[in-house]
Write a protein that binds this ligand. Structure first.
Ligand code: GLN
Length: 433
């Protein structure tokens, strides 16, 4: 058995991979919702089992053109619906620091690969926090860039107005190096075509703001490290101030309305005829075929999102839910813009608690899980770049610190990651294979 197979048997970070000897300048993995020619691309869903895309997603294509060797596709919550990667149709990735705990989600396999493999970079995707959450639970660096910075061509969408492809790695410098490779205009994704170029040299971060609303409800274990991190930022010469951002409390409900509305329309195409599985009974009428097929292959969380999203955009309810959520999104963007007139970034913990055990997750309601995202959702809803850096260990589990900057200002985050790494003692997990 090869080392990679042994490692994957323990951590279950890949849904498919090759153990062929890498023949590129560097090796990378891609989340399973990015299409690639050489592997199945199932987005964590049984409904897509067997789907072999005929093309590479643009970010994968660009990584290969830069000399990258694609090692495998990483496990994830079905279509990105989740916070712990426990909603995958293909097993659950295990946290490298404690196999009884979650890697976070939905890019859980990506964060796990970045943590356990040497010199490895993983492409992840975030809709509401799916890069920074797993980065923080697995103790690695992760950046979700501005919406539109990286082409979404070849991404199996969760919510088109929110999805962003980004980078996870155990090394801070990799974020900038690989983001620059995958970023840029792509005629296949018009939202990527309005972006300004990334500056050649990253600007330094000089000041940050801590929203008072964001630090309510944080566990003591995380809070201790957050306060120590603010001290470290001050000693790096960065000004730290506290601000009020009262509209942040509406971000979580607005996000779940918008995300579910878009997801429910995106999932309509999985009808058992065009992609993946096609084993339904064709003698049934269209509706009966469609229903039996989707009932069998979609997981519970996907079904919940279809119901929720269909309701929130229904005639008669759309004004009350979907359209109102769009207005909330706009006011949150304005609130951040106001804060950014006085500082370079907003800083908060990434997640309110350390990675939970699987038995704890099993006892959480759907709403408890949604609420766990209250820190990562606001930057995602605004389309602003945000990043998690490891900032300490509590009971041996990593804690993450999250920075958000204004649209297109990834460079201040990238320089801060490199500066932060100089003063942070990372404890890589002991790999069990
Ligand atoms: N946990 C959030 C959700 O379930 C975010 C997931 C993501 O970014 N894909 O929607």
């Amino acid at each position: 058995m090869t080392d990679l197979k042994r490692i994957n048997d323990i951590y279950e970070m890949y849904t498919s991979f090759t153990d062929a000897e890498p023949n590129g300048k560097f090796t990378f993995s891609a989340k399973d919702n990015l299409t690639s020619i050489d592997f199945e691309s199932c987005a964590g869903s049984k409904i897509l089992s067997g789907y072999r895309p005929p093309f590479d997603a643009t970010p994968i294509k660009k990584m290969r053109e830069a000399g990258g060797f694609l090692q495998g596709k990483t496990n994830m919550d079905e279509f990105g619906f989740g916070t712990f990667s426990a909603n995958s149709g293909f097993g659950i990735p295990k946290n490298p620091y404690d196999l009884n705990r979650s890697c976070g989600g939905s890019s859980g396999g990506a964060a796990c690969a970045a943590a356990v493999l040497e010199d490895h970079v993983a492409l992840g995707v975030s809709t509401g926090g799916s890069i920074v959450c797993p980065a923080s639970f697995c103790g690695v660096y992760g950046i979700a860039p501005s919406y539109g910075r990286v082409s979404r061509y070849g991404l199996i969408d969760y919510a088109n107005s929110l999805d962003k492809v980004g980078v996870l790695s155990a090394k801070a410098a990799d974020l900038g190096k690989y983001l620059r490779i995958i970023a840029g205009k792509d005629e296949h994704d018009p939202t990527s075509c309005v972006q300004p170029d990334m500056p050649e040299k990253d600007r330094a971060m000089k000041s940050v703001a801590v929203p008072k609303e964001a630090i309510e409800g944080i566990s003591d274990k995380v809070m201790t490290h957050f306060e120590a991190s603010l001290e470290s930022l001050r000693s790096m010469g960065i000004d730290v101030e506290y601000v009020d951002m009262p509209v942040l409390k509406y971000a979580m409900p607005a996000y779940y309305v918008i995300a579910a509305s878009e997801a429910s329309t995106n999932l309509a195409r999985f009808c058992g005829m065009r992609y993946g599985q096609q084993d339904g009974d064709l003698s049934l009428g269209f509706d009966a075929y469609f229903t039996s097929f989707r009932s069998k292959y979609f997981g519970d969380e996907a079904k919940r999102r279809i119901l929720l999203g269909t309701f929130t955009r229904m005639v008669g309810y759309a004004d009350r839910y979907y359209n109102k959520a769009l207005r909330v999104r706009e006011s949150i963007i304005q609130e951040y813009k106001k804060v950014f007139t006085n500082c370079d970034a907003v800083v908060t913990p990434t997640m309110p608690f350390i990675s939970p055990r699987f038995d704890e997750i099993a006892n959480m309601s759907a709403l408890d899980v949604y609420k766990a995202d209250f820190l990562t959702i606001p930057p995602n809803l605004t389309g602003m770049p945000h990043m998690s850096v490891p900032c300490g260990y509590s009971d041996g589990m990593p804690v993450g610190l999250m920075f958000t900057s204004d649209h297109w200002n990834e460079d201040v985050l990238l320089s801060a990651a490199v500066e932060w790494e100089k003063g942070f003692e990372m404890k890589r997990p002991e790999v069990k294979a």
